[in-house]
Design a protein around this ligand. Structure first.
Ligand code: LMR
Length: 328
């Protein structure tokens, strides 16, 4: 009987072990390059909270901010290797996978974030979510940050003020071309290196949203920010087709719903966050915000607009027209 009891105990133990093993939640990794106190950082945390609330014990979401796990140079490759399941690079960072998204980098394409939203929710905008399907990348949705501003160590009110200076840009040929038109030099560098490049004066300036300029302290190492609103910095939340298709259909549905809600949450936050961070920068007194008159702004438009023609064939005239129509 002792043997029987021992065997029974062993069986129960083995069952318990296998039960525990089966109950181990699946870890979903979400990696990004910005601070937590940003629209993207907050959306990622919202996604984590929603998934863990609705699929308790089944899925956990680990969020890695600040290029901690993967940065600009490797996050999409890591996604395709299933080393991370969700990333949300800026729309400027997909060039290796599609040229269609270069649309968003055209300077002065959208007059404000309402126009960006209107275009992204239109049929044309939605069709771009699947522009990388053939490469195994699924667009889950657009996430807002906001409009970009120029920062530099000298005041810039007219395009000639940028001439001869060196600016960091995201890895986008359109953004590089934009600085070419200003007779400036563009250097493509990952987001994680920008602060040091500015601090050591390896570069003179950069372009970014108020939220990124504030949360990464760029304003502390830049004397001037020109409120140019010359382009948009938004994101596409993406996953890999392999991971996505591999999920059980019912779980996929819940996870998509969580993601949609997290994106909506981030999008709602974005405008306030940028306005708030702009004010914090002004209040810091460290950096001077240069506001442009209508004619000064027009001079920047005139200087940079030729970039549109340069990329028209790659992007598609139809897409450019659809984006312009969203300004109405
Ligand atoms: C940048 O590289 O400047 C931005 O794309 C960073 C980000 O993700 O907002």
């Amino acid at each position: 009987p002792l043997k029987t009891i021992a065997m029974a105990a062993f069986a129960v133990g083995a069952m318990a072990t296998s039960f525990i093993a089966a109950a181990e939640p699946v870890e979903i990794k979400f990696s990004h390059v910005v601070a937590e106190n940003t629209p993207k950082g907050q959306a990622a945390l919202k996604f984590k909270a929603l998934v863990e609330e609705r699929l308790p014990g089944e899925y956990t979401v680990s969020v890695f901010p600040n290029s901690q796990l993967f940065g600009d140079n490797n996050e999409l490759a890591a996604l395709l290797l299933n080393d991370v399941q969700f990333v949300a690079p800026s729309l400027s960072k997909f060039e290796r996978y599609t040229k269609r998204l270069q649309l968003f980098d055209l300077p002065f394409l959208f007059k404000d974030m309402d126009a960006v939203e209107k275009f992204q929710t239109s049929d044309a905008g939605q069709s771009l979510l699947s522009s990388m399907k053939r490469k195994g990348i699924e667009g889950m949705g657009y996430l807002h940050n906001g409009m970009k501003q120029f920062s530099a160590n000298d005041p810039m009110t007219l395009p000639k003020d940028a001439s001869g200076k060196k600016f960091r840009v995201m890895a986008s040929d359109v953004l590089a071309a934009q600085f070419d038109t200003l007779q400036a030099t563009a250097v493509k560098k990952p987001f994680s290196e920008v602060f040091t490049l500015l601090q050591t004066r390896a570069i003179d300036g950069q372009e970014n949203t108020w939220s990124n300029i504030y949360s990464k302290k760029f304003y502390e190492v830049q004397s001037y920010i020109t409120e140019s609103n010359h382009g948009v910095l938004d994101y596409m939340v993406v996953t890999s087709s392999a991971f996505w298709k591999g999920l059980p259909a019912d779980k996929r549905k819940v996870i998509k719903q969580c993601l949609d809600e997290a994106i909506a949450f981030g999008n709602k936050l974005a405008a306030d966050k940028n306005a708030e961070d702009r004010q914090l920068i002004v209040d810091s007194g460290v950096t001077k915000v240069v506001e442009l008159s209508d004619s000064e702004r027009q001079a920047w438009i005139d200087a940079m607009k030729p970039v549109w023609k340069q990329f028209e064939d790659q992007i598609g005239k139809d897409m450019i027209d659809a984006a312009v129509a969203a300004n109405k």
